[in-house]
Design a protein around this ligand. Sequence first.
Ligand code: PA5
Length: 435
Amino acid sequence: MNSIRINYAPSLITKRQLSMNLSRLTPSMQRMRAAASRKYATDYASLNLPVDRGSLGRVQKLVKEKRKLNPTLIVVAGIGGSNLGTIAVQEAVLGASYNLNGRPRILYADTVDTHSIGFIRKEIEKELRKEKRVILVGVSKSGGTTETIANFSILAETIKRHRKDYRRLIIVTTDKGSRYWSFARQEGYAVLEIPKNVGGRYSVFSPVGLFPLGMLGIDLSSLLKGAAQMRKLCLGSLRNPAAVGAATIYANWKKGKTIHDTFLFAKDLESLGKWYRQLMGESIGKEKDLKGKKVFRGITPTVSIGSTDLHSMAQLYLGGPYDKYHSIITVEETGPLQRVPRGKGYGALVNHVEGKTLAAIMDAIVSGVKAAFIKGRRPFNAIHLPDRSAESIGQLLQLKMMEMMHLGHLLNVNPFDQPNVEDYKIETKRFLEHP
Ligand code: PA5
């Protein structure tokens, strides 16, 4: 198996700081190791998803059944933790432009945007009128998220109007016993369970991500194999990538780096950056610490795409305040390489560009950025993926989730709850009741 390579050396923390922070992670490591043998009984439940053969088997069975229907379109109605991981893996492995040529296509119904849901509805109708099949997956852990239920209702009723066999085309993924669960059962839809204690932002390896990704033909076993390999590594010695990652982010936060920028030098990984944005935003952005004291803690996650955003943000990153810690993520290019032609005069426009592959030019840009960061004493870590395979992406996602659990411990906040997200959800329901 090709492993991802990580370099924390440019994070500009001393060996002493690193050792100190790592030793502070001992209780967190102990909790993780204990949780590894307790299935879904603890807050760390998601750690056990990559090795849950039963869950994988159930998802694969349903995927096999639904793929036999030969659907041309998959629609996922879900938001936040209920679709960000799916989008991240889909775009990383199949490409952000997958829908242009890939079949079945996939569309995501997340926010209640009249225009975009209207578009998805028309696409569903178009397929159904052509006698093609569409699969709608409603995903909501709580089963009560306003946007998801509103979008699901519109799209499900559209399918119902066109197809007598609509029950075969609609699937619901939710917590066992939620109202959505009972509703789906009553309607006769297939239901997939999100294991207890697996929070939305940690649920990509549960049926939440696995079912739609499997419908697209992504190799679920490889995805989980990569995640399981990282899990094993990070449950091993204390000096593991997740713990070192958390220790370096924490040390930089203590030095005033309150912004964490995920700088992805591959366009198809942008959604992976957005998945991480939720993971960091919700896990450690907290009003109260573990003792209930008001601390208003957090690190603001941002996402940059290289080299595109160098042309809008490099000035700030290299000349602005020393408040950022970057995670530079690169990928080995394994597909057909694009090359700048020789002898056509392009060398006169940009020196040394003729005959170079775009991958080589990107490498030069990444090396240039790293050198400039080092020169300017701008801290960063570097992660290199051997390819865009499901296995490599599985490793990276698992690493980041375990890193976040450790970071919560270092920052003395609960990385698993999101009480203030609930605040706005409750307020929204009040306004719906009394507009
Ligand atoms: O991470 C979280 O808990 C949230 O972002 C949720 O995923 C999001 O609000 C959607 O919630 P649900 O899956 O319950 O519909």
